[in-house]
Design a protein around this ligand. Structure first.
Ligand code: ADP
Ligand code: MG
Length: 398
């Protein structure tokens, strides 16, 4: 499997022709490499009539680093199976998988071409009227139906076994929960923020709470997570949303997925204060982002509560008081994991353009400082806040 790389364009085209079933016989096909991701190779194969498919291939190392950072190719099987699992409940919100080929370590899937990366759309202050509802539905429906609240015990454990994903989980364990809390060589810290970073590395109460969140990430097999649900994994147009790239999928705490999205919306919120535009434009978009956060959580929580009441078959779990307690715990996790996403995107290896595109270092440090302080407060207060409105009030206070 290690030498499965496509030899040339003709090789990619032949693979797409044989395994997608979407092209007319004899159609003239072209190919372009489109991957802007860091880890894998992504190609678009297209015909003159506009028909196209995407081929995603995982080699035994990380694309931008090379053989020096090996990574299990099992990740592409996990991605294909996670996409198909998500499609059972949200077929309109994920690209369709046409074929998975273990020998080639490649997926042939639907081209969602008309959609734009959510991160870029947020930076451009796009109006996305269905985003909050669709992200709320995606998280509620995929996470509920892969949890013990829905699956019978044997099916759940069989699925957990299929989604053991140690290499990709280790990346998260290190990049989210280890590096940003010490002076690690992988970190990338704005020199103007060095004092705040050093203070955070010695912040014992914060490190205690991050240890608790990390331990839950390691051990709490609540549901099949997407596992990498940042705004670069979400593609949008005014009419719809598509979620791609679930190669980090594994069974973990529900709040990690919900919190990753929430943290990315808040990263953009913090960046907006320093991005180009008038004060009125910035303030209006920040207000819209807070409304998206409220609607996203509310949709998620209402749908999840409805699913628990209607579809949880185990009577010992189908208790209204337990439903309330469960969602309160998910909210606390969501706020905490959002805080860790915000801190790791400011001090850790992988930054986000919502902040990096602020050219002036001083202005960027202002936005990054806001992210750090808000992220810390969210981690520390996650169990006390108790409602999405309390979180929004906390954001406004900062
Ligand atoms: P990686 O795993 O390397 O991060 P991604 O799955 O994020 O790769 O894909 C990299 C890029 O390729 C995406 O940002 C997107 O621009 C493009 N892409 C991936 N899947 C599709 C798809 N199904 N349709 C259209 N473009 C896609
Ligand atoms: Mg990606």
């Amino acid at each position: 499997m290690t030498d499965c790389k496509f030899a040339n364009d003709a090789d990619v085209i032949a693979f797409a022709r044989d395994h997608s079933g979407v092209f007319q016989a004899g159609a003239n096909l072209g190919v372009e490499e489109i991957g802007d991701g860091n880890i894998n190779f992504v190609y678009r194969v297209f015909a003159d009539d506009g028909t196209s498919v995407i081929i995603k291939q995982a080699l035994h190392y990380i694309r931008i680093i090379g053989e020096g950072w090996p990574l299990s190719q099992d990740r592409i099987r996990i991605e294909a199976e996670a996409l198909m699992q998500e499609a059972e409940y949200c077929p309109d919100l994920v690209p369709r998988v046409y074929h998975f080929d273990a020998n080639r370590s490649a997926i042939v899937m639907e081209d969602i071409g008309a959609h734009e990366n959510l991160r870029h759309a947020l930076i451009a202050r796009a109006d996305l009227p269905v985003l909050a509802e669709q992200l709320g539905r995606f998280t509620a429906d995929t996470l509920f139906h892969t949890s013990d609240l829905y699956l019978d015990a044997h099916r759940k454990k069989a699925l957990v076994a299929r989604f053991i994903n140690p290499d990709l989980c280790k990346i998260t364990e290190d990049l989210f929960f280890l590096d940003p809390y010490c002076d690690h060589e992988r970190n990338n810290v704005n020199p103007l923020l060095w004092g705040e970073a050093e203070a955070l590395w010695h912040d014992a109460p914060l490190k205690l709470e991050v240890a608790r969140l990390k331990y839950r990430f390691l051990t709490c097999a609540q549901a099949l997570l997407h596992g990498d649900l940042h705004s670069g994994s979400v593609f949008v147009c005014t009419q719809g949303t598509k979620v791609i790239d679930p190669e980090f999928a594994y069974f973990g705490p529900i709040g990690f997925d919900v919190g990753s999205l929430l943290g990315n919306l808040l990263l953009n919120y913090a960046g907006q204060a320093q991005l180009p535009g008038t004060d009125a434009e910035r303030a209006a978009y920040q207000a819209w982002l807070l409304q998206v956060i409220r609607d996203f959580w509310t949709t998620f929580a209402h749908r999840f509560a409805g699913l628990m009441a209607a579809e949880t078959r185990d009577p010992s779990l189908n208790l209204p008081l337990y439903h309330e307690a469960f969602l309160a715990e998910v909210l606390a996790d969501t706020i905490g994991y959002a805080g860790t996403e915000m801190i790791r995107r400011t001090l850790g290896l992988a930054h986000v353009v919502d902040l990096e595109s602020i050219e002036d270092g001083q202005q960027r440090a202002l936005a990054e400082g806001l992210v750090l302080r808000l992220g810390r407060s969210m981690i520390m207060q996650r169990e006390r806040l108790g409602s999405i409105d309390a979180l929004i009030a906390l954001v406004r206070e900062h």
